[in-house]
Design a protein around this ligand. Structure first.
Ligand code: AMP
Length: 544
């Protein structure tokens, strides 16, 4: 082999904040703090404080490889932790506070977190759990002395006091780029959550792809508001891509309601925002009821669950905001596909564009994907055949932390996503279901996502879930579970008639049930397992 003669500089997370400080030092980071007021500072300030924090971590006795937990919103102190912890060689474990209490205990013990940094909101939660957290030596409350609460947490420190004791002189160590940088547990709808352990290399490569024009096109011209939490797959990589590109970052803190998000989008002249469909529903409803339009916003990234057609339409028609539908998973850092249209689509009419935009999109460079049948035979990329979606690439997991779940790759390094999808000849991927949610009716498979998409288009429907219920003749048939919009009234028959307009007869759900609330996972997805259990005995009406 003839070795190349290029510098072997290791890819590192600290280099992202160093770059932002040096070349975008005066660019702002704005936070709605948990304490209330809006906080503003710059990349230069953030880097300075990240170095003080790295000194503080060393003073607490933390070393490279140690896991440090966070229970925190999208706030500037969490941003500082992202760089201080990974930059000094330790591992940032972002804990999802919406997990069940037992799951939080499980993952802190499984990760063996040494210290936990916690926002004021979650102090009571940790106080209840602290006696079960065996590895934790102490807690840092992410606030200043004036807002420090009385707490029963053992060895509790104040974040600002800890920083104030430290110098901003700190040289980031040169780390092996393959060493672990952060840890994020999947939400574990079945069994215990499993840890995905990212490296400096995977994180930086993934950030390049988030910034790429056919990725999420993050650049210094953007003002970005990630509604997606920093505990959900690193805010989809935006917490790293923003300093990589010098984009202004706006962090919404604990307030995710429509009015609060609207206010920040407007006041900070946000151009790009990212989040799951549930938060966009709140925002769009707020705009509708208050008669306001999204004025500066140019693009919204919708991921984490399928973007309903009606939601894409509302953003684009009512607000002139371009929707970018994206798909990925914690195990993929998380970006897999982005629905950017191709030049040949420029002349499509509105309906044909929507047909494409409901798809989850094309892979970004670095992600290879294919679909297979249950025997691992590759299926055609014809937009019709659907099967198990498999992926591989440098920011996709090799296996879960501490070997949980055993070997997760096949002999050719493919990772089975657990999603079922189609792939069309242009490379657009469309998810039809999670493999365990597919409805098998007679010899046919019915896509629950497709049905939900149609149901949500009905003006009275706020949220919809379609699940399989046992059927004596067809083995399974779809049941539609609906939460209606506030003050809306609609009957079962009206909903079924609406569905029948858009679907083949055999795809139309056999029944509709109305509920006050649908159960959600910690990352905002509908908990279908729980719905299937709840409606296991549901009596479908007799066939006509
Ligand atoms: P998480 O690891 O919590 O982000 O969940 C990843 C899973 O969310 C994927 O495997 C999909 O099942 C689902 N998901 C993510 N994005 C989308 C999307 N745009 N459309 C449909 N499902 C999605």
């Amino acid at each position: 082999m003839l070795a190349g003669l290029m510098q072997p500089s290791p890819l590192s997370i600290a280099s992202l904040i160093e770059f932002a400080d040096r070349f975008h030092g005066s660019t702002e980071l704005v936070t709605r703090t948990v304490e209330g007021p809006i906080h503003r500072y710059t990349y230069h300030d953030a880097h300075r404080r990240a170095k003080m924090l790295a000194n503080a971590l060393a003073a607490l006795g933390l070393h490279s490889g140690d896991r440090i937990g966070t229970l925190a919103w999208n706030v500037h102190r969490h941003f500082e932790l992202y760089f201080a912890v990974s930059g000094m060689g330790a591992v940032l474990h972002t804990i999802n506070p919406r997990l069940f209490a037992e799951q939080i205990v499980y993952i802190v013990n499984h990760a063996e977190d040494r210290w936990i940094f916690v926002d004021l909101t979650f102090v009571p939660l940790l106080e209840r759990l602290a006696e079960h957290l065996q590895s934790v030596a102490g807690y840092v409350i992410m606030t200043d002395e004036a807002s420090m609460p009385e707490t029963s947490l053992p060895n509790a420190r104040c974040y600002e006091t800890l920083l104030a004791e430290q110098s901003a002189e700190y040289s980031w160590p040169v780390l092996d780029e393959t060493c672990a940088s952060s840890l994020c547990y999947t939400s574990g709808t079945t069994g215990n959550p499993k840890g995905v352990l990212y490296s400096h290399r995977s994180t930086v490569l993934h950030s390049f792809c988030v910034c790429a024009a056919d990725g999420l096109a993050v650049s210094s011209r953007e003002v970005i508001l990630p509604v997606v939490p920093m505990f959900h797959a690193n805010a989809w990589g935006v917490a790293y891509a923003a300093p990589m590109s010098g984009a202004k970052l706006v962090l919404p803190g604990a307030k995710m309601d429509g009015a609060s998000i609207f206010e920040l989008l407007h006041d900070e002249r946000v151009t790009l925002t990212l989040g799951v469909p549930t938060v966009w529903l709140m925002l769009l409803d707020y705009c509708e009821s208050s008669g306001q339009a999204l004025s500066h916003l140019e693009r919204v990234v919708i991921g984490g669950a399928a973007a309903p057609r009606s939601m894409i339409e509302r953003f684009e028609r009512d607000h002139d905001v371009e929707v970018i539908h994206a798909w990925g998973m914690t195990e993929m850092s998380p970006l897999g596909t982005v629905c950017n249209l191709l030049p040949k689509h420029a002349t499509l009419d509105a309906e044909a564009r929507l047909d494409l935009k409901v798809k989850q999109g094309r892979p970004v460079y670095g992600v290879d994907l294919k679909i297979t049948d249950d025997e691992n035979h590759e299926l055609p990329r014809d937009g019709r055949a659907f099967g198990r979606l498999k992926v591989r690439g440098p920011w996709i997991t090799n296996g879960y932390f501490r070997g949980e779940g055993g070997a997760v790759l096949d002999d050719e390094q493919w990772f089975d996503t657990g999603d079922v999808s189609t792939l069309d000849p242009d490379g657009f991927m469309q998810i039809t279901d999670r493999s365990k949610d597919v409805i098998k009716s007679g010899g046919e498979w019915i896509s629950s996502i497709d049905l939900e998409n149609h149901a949500i288009g009905h003006p009275a429907v706020a949220e919809a879930a379609v699940i399989a219920v046992p059927h004596p003749k067809w083995s399974e048939r779809p049941l539609l579970v609906v939460r209606t919009r506030e003050n809306a009234t609609v009957t079962r028959e009206e909903i079924l008639a609406w569905m029948a307009q858009k679907l083949a007869k055999w795809q139309v759900p056999d029944d509709v049930v109305f509920v006050d609330a649908l159960p959600h996972t910690a990352t905002g997805k509908i908990r279908k397992l729980e719905l299937r259990q709840q409606f296991a005995e549901h009596q479908l009406p007799d066939e006509d």
